[in-house]
Write a protein that binds this ligand. Structure first.
Ligand SMILES: Nc1nc2c(ncn2[C@@H]2O[C@H](COP(=O)(O)OP(=O)(O)OP(=O)(O)O)[C@@H](O)[C@H]2O)c(=O)[nH]1
Ligand SMILES: [Mg+2]
Length: 459
């Protein structure tokens, strides 16, 4: 998703899908209040502009699809108090899907367009309301599977990580400003910062960084490497995927079903998370012979002992009835992987591909990279532990934190050895760039895409 700079107004159903007592339509953007007025809501508030908080009024919505007006509470958040820092309106309606759909259509007829997944949170990030770690925490709270994960996400959303990172960046920026001022006045022999002060600030920054690294790595550095097992019917491409992820031709691959008989393991690194990847023999409802039966027993044992399974399905052919039954499950301990995505999909498969599934082709490095990230995040979140950072952030930021720490070490050594303040400044700048990537002060479309495309529409 590209960061949108055009100022259009977006609308979406912000409540959970399905029927409920209440349903919410959220509208955000410069024309949100006009849109509200066209829908019949009041934009009046008795407070002067600037002091205005949220206002609420009860009324009704006239929708052409229905013969009677629909009761509606209108909530208005004037700019910049809203989540997106844009004028924002919420329509609280009876939570019936046809009513919500009609209200969304009405909003889109009156100046809004349908929001993309995560676009409200993307706008909150682009407006400087939250940093990237907080955006990831929003996703972490939505996806939390238990109380502990929810608490972790809520702490991070409240700035548990953004706060120390902002302070650290501020301290390093001040230090850099002093150093650069000294470089500008090098002829005058004015000392802007003493070497002891310089070393003290770098040392404190290094400690703060170590603390952040510890908070992010407890969860992902479990003493026991999690076992990730490839399972699926014969010939779906498990061994080929094993080779692609493990980086080499470890497992035998052939067009003949039943190629793999014994399991094979390799230690691999997924985005900095070490896992044990295991390839197994294909599982079929009935075994062909005694060897096949033994091979399948081995596969089931491996799958049973796995921390995480990669359940593989061939996207280029329709699933068997056995596979269709397996697809209905939704477990935290497995990732559904659709293989052979370079081939045309079978007619029935696109409808079965759900959010959270991986779609991979061996010749598409980006699809393999996404799968590695999914494995890392899921393993990290399953490992639990004491980390107080959501798994998505921990996995995304590990490399940046390690590089920032390396640059600070470099800065400290250079300062100690008096090898020139230009070199110290260069190392500090490199460390700041890495920290900037963590909070999103420096970002690429690719990073935003990876984070925000996982949100659902309306968040
Ligand atoms: N076009 C295409 N072919 C693939 C892909 N992945 C695997 N294949 C082919 O699918 C066939 C089966 O691949 P394997 O990796 O041996 O499948 P398997 O699931 O390990 O099979 P068993 O060991 O028999 O259970 C081979 O001919 C592969 O070349 C892919 O991404 N695209
Ligand atoms: Mg195989």
């Amino acid at each position: 998703m590209k960061p949108t700079t055009e100022l259009d107004t977006i609308a979406a159903v912000a409540s959970a899908p399905g029927g409920a007592a209440r349903g919410i339509i959220r509208i955000s953007g410069p024309r949100a209040l006009e849109c509200l007025a066209s829908l019949g809501g009041s934009t009046e508030t008795s407070l002067p502009t600037g002091l205005r908080g949220a206002s609420a009024s009860a009324g009704s919505l006239v929708l052409p699809e229905f013969c009677a007006p629909v009761p509606c509470d209108f909530f208005v958040w004037p700019c910049p108090r809203s989540y997106t820092r844009e004028p924002t309106v919420e329509l609280h309606l009876p939570g019936s899907p046809p009513i919500l759909e009609a209200a969304l259509t009405a909003a889109c007829r009156n100046g809004a367009r349908p929001a993309k997944p995560g676009e409200f949170t993307l706008r909150a990030f682009l407006a400087g309301r939250i940093d990237l770690t907080q955006a990831e925490a929003v996703l972490g709270a939505i996806d939390a599977r238990d109380e502990r994960e929810l608490q972790t996400a809520l702490k991070q959303m409240a700035g548990g990580l953004a706060g120390p990172l902002t302070k650290l960046r501020g301290d390093l920026l001040d230090l850099l400003a002093h150093l650069e001022a000294g470089l500008d006045f090098v002829e005058e022999d004015i000392e802007f910062i003493s070497r002891d002060e310089l070393l003290a600030v770098i040392g404190a920054a290094r400690d703060a960084l170590l603390d952040l690294q510890r908070r992010m790595t407890d969860r992902t550095d479990a003493a026991v490497r999690p076992t990730v097992v490839l399972v699926g019917a014969p010939n779906v491409g498990k061994s080929s995927l094993f080779n692609a992820l493990a980086g080499g031709a470890h497992a035998l691959v052939s067009p003949q079903a039943g190629t793999t008989r014994d399991y094979l393991a390799a230690a691999i690194d997924c985005d900095g998370v070490a896992v044990e990847l295991v390839d197994t023999a294909g599982l079929a409802p009935t075994a062909l012979d005694a060897i096949d039966a033994a091979a399948q027993r081995g596969s089931r044992e491996q799958a049973g002992a796995a921390a995480l399974t990669l359940a593989c399905f061939d996207r280029s052919r329709a699933p068997t009835s056995d596979e269709a039954a397996q697809l209905r499950g939704d477990e935290a301990t497995r990732i559904v992987v659709w293989t052979k995505a370079d081939l045309p999909p079978a007619a029935s498969t696109p409808a079965l591909v759900a959010a959270g599934h991986a779609v991979v082709a061996l010749d598409d490095e980006a699809s393999l990279r996404r799968l590695r990230t999914m494995i890392a995040e899921r393993s990290a979140s399953l490992a639990g532990g004491s980390a107080d950072v959501v798994a998505t952030t921990a996995v995304r930021c590990r490399a940046s934190l390690a590089e920032a720490a390396r640059q600070l070490d470099d800065a400290e050594r250079t300062a100690r050895e008096r090898r020139g303040e230009e070199l110290v400044a260069a190392a500090l700048r490199a460390a700041l760039d890495e920290l900037g990537e963590i909070v999103g002060a420096i970002y690429t479309d690719d990073i935003l895409d990876r984070i925000f495309s996982r949100f659902c529409i309306g968040k």
